[in-house]
Design a protein around this ligand. Structure first.
Ligand code: SF4
Ligand code: MG
Length: 318
């Protein structure tokens, strides 16, 4: 399959009073058509920052300072805001924002909120836009009559389906889902994962699925990227990452997942804090927490190396 998204040497830094925070620091990866790439790491590692950056809207005081983002072959870094708004955002790349279901406006009907971008960006008539919204509500398993309801009349799971339908309305090439199941109970979480799997199959959806929960990623991802301190430290086929993780950080993350039938006492947690991204550790950023740290790790930064077919990791042990 062809690449719908190509990210090369992407850097997005926050320029704060305390210094420059390197939240996305030199990332390179691709997303193929119809593929789900899971993006995992502890909170604060830059996952959501990457999502906003790919939408061409890094959160202030963030700025893209280098690299390239190509969506369907078109470079979007450097495009003026009005072009991004008219031609790229929501139409080529859409995002299911973390917590969006709780940000639905209580004053307006679901339909009103869903069709606003269609009226604004597509110049659609109100009737056509409502038809389209209803079609997508059906696709996500909701009664199309929900367009006339208010958010408080819906359950959490229903609201999240509305958010997913809204992200799909302009038929984007790429959808970024940021922690789309985090606020939901376990049963509803499973339903949302199944819905996303169904959409992937039926629409050939290409998706970046962001979460701190690796057990959810196993369910849905074709490939997984592990982020640590603004960097991708390992990327590859999900099965490879789960069964043969190459990077010590990935190994630690996986051992922190409660596995079925496993005694909770045996859980291993990763000691230490994720580093401060204003002054990240020299060399490998994981070195202060790594059980295998060597002298070279404190001096030179390891690059991603192919450890296996389509499986890359950045560690001096390899
Ligand atoms: Fe650990 Fe060194 Fe590998 Fe970093 S490069 S993960 S410190 S062994
Ligand atoms: Mg986040």
């Amino acid at each position: 399959a062809k690449n719908v998204l190509e990210v090369k040497n992407l850097k997005m830094y926050y320029f704060t009073n305390k210094g420059v925070v390197k939240a996305v620091d030199d990332l390179t990866f691709n997303l193929k058509k119809g593929e789900v790439l899971g993006l995992a790491g502890e909170s604060g590692c830059g996952k959501s920052s990457l999502g906003f950056t790919l939408m061409g809207m890094p959160t202030a005081p963030g700025k893209i300072v280098g690299g390239s983002i190509k969506i369907d072959g078109r470079e979007i870094v450097g495009l003026p805001e009005d072009v991004l708004r008219k031609e790229v955002r929501w139409q080529k790349i859409a995002m299911i924002f973390q917590g969006a279901m709780n940000a639905l406006n209580p004053v307006y009907t679901v339909g009103h909120q869903m069709i606003e971008p269609l009226l604004l960006h597509k110049g659609m008539s109100k009737d056509d836009a409502l038809d389209r919204a209803q079609k997508y509500l059906e696709l996500v398993g909701l009664d199309p009559e929900i367009v006339y309801r208010y958010p408080h009349e819906l359950s959490g799971g229903m609201k999240q389906r509305v958010i997913i339908a809204s992200a799909l309305l302009l038929e984007p090439e790429v959808v970024i889902a940021d922690e789309p199941t985090t606020a939901l109970d376990v049963v509803v979480q499973a339903q949302i994962i199944n819905l996303l799997k169904k959409l992937k199959k039926e629409l050939g959806l290409s998706m970046i699925f962001i979460t701190h929960d690796l057990s959810i990623l196993a369910e849905i991802s074709d490939r997984v990227a592990i982020m640590y301190a603004g960097k991708i430290v390992e990327i590859g086929d999900s099965e490879k990452i789960y069964y043969e993780p190459a990077h010590p950080y990935t190994q630690k993350l996986l051992s922190a997942i409660p596995r079925l039938h496993e005694d909770i006492e045996r859980l291993e947690f990763i000691p230490g804090q994720p580093p401060n991204l204003i002054n990240p550790p020299k060399g490998c950023r994981f070195n202060p927490r790594c059980p295998y740290v060597m002298q070279v790790c404190k001096e030179q930064e390891p690059e991603l190396k192919e450890v296996d077919k389509d499986h890359y990791a950045a560690c001096w042990l390899l």
